[in-house]
Design a protein around this ligand. Sequence first.
Ligand code: G3I
Length: 339
Amino acid sequence: QQDVPALSDVAAFPVGVAVGPQDLGGRPADLLLRHFDQVTAENAMKPVVIQPVEGEFDFGPMDEVVDVAAEHGRTVHGHTLVWHRSTPDWFFEAPDGSPLTDSPQDQALLLERLRAHTQTVRDHLAERYGDANPVRSWDVVNEPLDPEEADGLRRSRWYEVLGPTYVAQAFQVAREVLGPDVVLYVNDYDTDAPDRRRALVRLLLDLQAQGAPVDAVGHQMHASLRTDVDRVATTLDAVAGLGLRQAVTELDVAVSASDERLAAAPTDRLAQQGDQVRALVQVFAARDLEFVGVWGLYDTRSWLRHWPEDRPFEAPLLFDDDLQAKPAFWGFVEAAQGA
Ligand code: G3I
């Protein structure tokens, strides 16, 4: 791969990647260390993994990921603290096993659990890495938006117990526990869709009005060949206009539509995917982003291989099943170089 430039060399912005323990040895690790400045744990830093049972912490997978970053001078984007899909059920259960309600006592209990979880993670990182702790940012609240709701907020268990100010409260806890230097993100998907953009801007204005300590917006960017790049640009400009920092946190570009199952490897679409990645990265490179992260090292490792059902020919990442650079990789490189 001598003729393949390193993404971290060609891009003016940090380039990140989501990884798991299975990516940290052999050829995947070589690919990771050659191209990427930053890592996100795809699953290993989710509360359901770290604290599946109250008070029983498992830092094994997280340590593997963060150790590699620390050893090689890479940063880590923490993912995540509050996400309805990765909060273990016990967070929402009273000591007698009944579901938490929106009573003041239950609200205090839920917030206390968030605080205790965040403190334990912080203390573990401080003990293990000291001043060299590579975790510089966190997705504090992931996927709070639902444009179908009048207030634009998803009716998750967090919302049901704490009410519409739960996002602001979560940021308050995160700031108090993690300190002033950690960059605190709200992260969501399809932020380019006009209804979701409106819900996002509304939430951000609300958070600012409440004085919530939110620093940055993460745009997941689970894109497709149909994603309208102009809409992506409009959303990035809207967020910049609010004075917030922002990043692309989970980039991938699906080659099949959501209602379609490819019967064979999508060779004809890989060139289109390259064009789409080039167009997207041109938009990113022209703006001030904290980082651009891709959601997986190589196609075999993508979540889209298994969601919403098994899709053996989905190929949404920059490197193929054999870890070779795809047209998508070259589209990224050309756009990052300003070609
Ligand atoms: O590790 C277990 C395995 O032991 C078990 O046999 C198997 C049975 O289902 O499950 C495995 O865990 C799965 C885990 O991925 C590891 O592969 C979970 O079921 C599965 O739900 C989990 O999916 C992850 C998903 O988030 C939900 O947490 C995906 O890998 C991960 O890519 C995806 O990432 C999310 C971001 O966190 C937020 N934004 C959207 C993005 C894509 O959905």
